[in-house]
Design a protein around this ligand. Structure first.
Ligand code: NDP
Ligand code: HSE
Length: 436
């Protein structure tokens, strides 16, 4: 049967992986898709690299716009990244009537509404399985496998670089910088690694998942985002003593008044499966009304794991491109005219438990003052550690785990505790989720 023709934009880590896996598993992929999927043109700024990876088998150019305008091409795979030229290329490809497959979560989280509307109008598909959690088919699971359910919440370790950093620091006592360099060498990190470390990449992915889980448009700017750069080794240690692990989680939860949307370091009970997801692995835990909890686990980054998701989209587009556009799976799981405008809740309205660490003068009444502040705000204490002061030191650490309360109440309490004369410096606050 006549092959479907693909134009590949960007042949770096993921583009290279896509090229390799498509070539290696060509026969198997053709049996699944019903016809061969052929890369016929590759664009990369680095022509030498492109020629080397493509091995002289396909046409190579440094002009990505030539690919999106090539009349021979049916599907454009965008693996350049970023919000700049990638957006123009994707919109041009759609305008030219081509289907698009992309791993670019940044682009979709920020410009997804516009891109999906353009695709809808042109009757073309935009596949983005690789944009969230690399090789884990979480988009397909949320969009199709859980279609019977009302999804209540989901929580995910959705950035491989930060999970790798947290795991290596905890296990091997390596420094933050050394582990980050290794993540970059392994091809996990974004072009700008602050996207990983500061939680922005995770927020991009969370935004996409929230849209699909709840049938709401993308509203990236409304997410609360806190990364791991301020996390201290002492907190990882204290958390362990209390039976918790710290992970960078993306959490979205449906509440009466709106949807919570937040990325931050989070204490999770060490006995939960998701707390034991280590290295660059990702996992997403989804709570839905009919099926209950389901957990999706796998490699969230790297050349071939991500290529696995890119190629799954290529197979889907190949199978469905002749179907009536109205009968395809909607991009955001819900029919485009049935999206709801549920608001994203401000962080002050979010409800969670807290880990609070404070450095205090070791003298009578300090603990009583702190617990009184909590009691006055109706915040109940779940557990507490007071370290014995080191010899000759008149200071110590107090660590308190609270029960669930509103973030606004936690803010008030933290302000009052910091104002006590016996409390030295700032209170460290890390949110805690039981994920029951
Ligand atoms: P790379 O930087 O490894 O590859 C991107 C390639 O695109 C580079 O070779 C780059 O060339 C080239 N490029 C840049 N600008 C242009 C242009 N205007 N025209 C043609 N080529 C261009 O990135 P990754 O493969 O890591 O990431 C690609 C996408 O996949 C990103 O959106 C990323 O977020 C996403 N992703 C990545 C994962 C991973 O594990 N790496 C996992 C999941 C998603 P040059 O280097 O010379 O700039
Ligand atoms: N930089 C991302 C990560 C790549 O570390 O998870 C996968 O999206």
């Amino acid at each position: 049967m006549k092959p479907i023709n693909v134009g590949l934009l960007g042949i770096g880590t993921v583009g290279g992986g896509t090229f390799t896996v498509l070539s290696r598993n060509e026969a198997e992929i053709t049996r699944r898709a019903g016809r061969p999927i052929r890369i016929v043109q590759v664009a990369d700024k680095n022509l030498e690299l492109a020629k080397q990876v493509a091995g002289g088998k396909v046409a190579v150019t440094d002009d990505a716009f030539a690919v999106v305008s090539n009349p021979e091409i049916d599907i454009v795979v965008e693996l350049i990244g970023g919000y700049g030229v990638a957006k123009d290329l994707v919109l041009k490809a759609i305008e030219n009537g081509k289907h698009v497959v992309t791993a670019n979560k940044a682009l979709l989280a920020v410009h997804g509404n516009e891109i999906f509307a353009a695709a809808q109008q042109k009757g073309v598909m935009v596949g983005f399985e690789a944009a969230v959690a690399g090789g884990i088919p979480i988009i397909k699971a949320l969009r199709e496998g859980l279609a019977a359910n009302r999804i209540q919440w989901l929580a995910g370790i959705i950035n491989g670089t930060t999970n790798f950093i947290l795991s290596e620091m905890r296990d091997k006592g390596l420094s933050f910088d050394a582990v980050l360099k290794e993540a970059q060498r392994l091809g996990y990190a974004e072009a700008d690694p602050t996207f990983d470390i500061e939680g922005i990449d995770a927020a991009h992915k969370l935004r996409i998942m929230a849209a699909i889980a709840f049938g709401i448009p993308m509203q990236f700017d409304k997410a609360y985002v806190e990364g791991i750069s301020k996390l201290e080794a002492a907190d990882i240690k204290y958390a362990e003593q209390l039976g918790y692990r710290i992970k960078l989680l993306g959490i979205t939860r449906r509440k009466e008044a709106g949807v919570e949307l937040r990325v931050h370091p989070t204490l999770i009970p060490a006995k939960r499966l998701i707390a034991n997801v280590e290295g660059a692995m990702n996992a997403v835990l989804v709570q839905a009304d009919a099926v209950g909890a389901t957990l999706y686990y796998g490699k969230g980054a790297g050349a071939e794991p991500t290529a696995s998701a890119v190629i799954a989209d290529l197979v889907e587009v190949t199978r469905l491109h002749t179907a009536d556009p109205q009968n395809r799976v909607p991009h955001l799981a819900f029919q485009p005219d049935r999206l709801s405008d549920v608001p994203v809740l401000p962080m002050a309205e979010v409800e969670t438990a807290y880990y609070l660490r404070m450095r205090v003068q070791d003298k009578p009444g300090v603990l009583a003052d702190i617990t009184r502040i909590l009691a006055d705000s109706q915040i109940s204490i779940d557990a507490m550690i007071q370290k014995e002061p080191a010899e000759g030191e008149g200071e110590t650490d107090i660590i308190i785990l609270t029960h669930v309360c509103k973030e606004s109440a936690a803010n008030t309490v933290i302000g009052k505790i910091e104002a006590l004369a016996a409390v030295l410096g700032k209170v460290t606050r890390i949110r805690l989720e039981e994920l029951q």
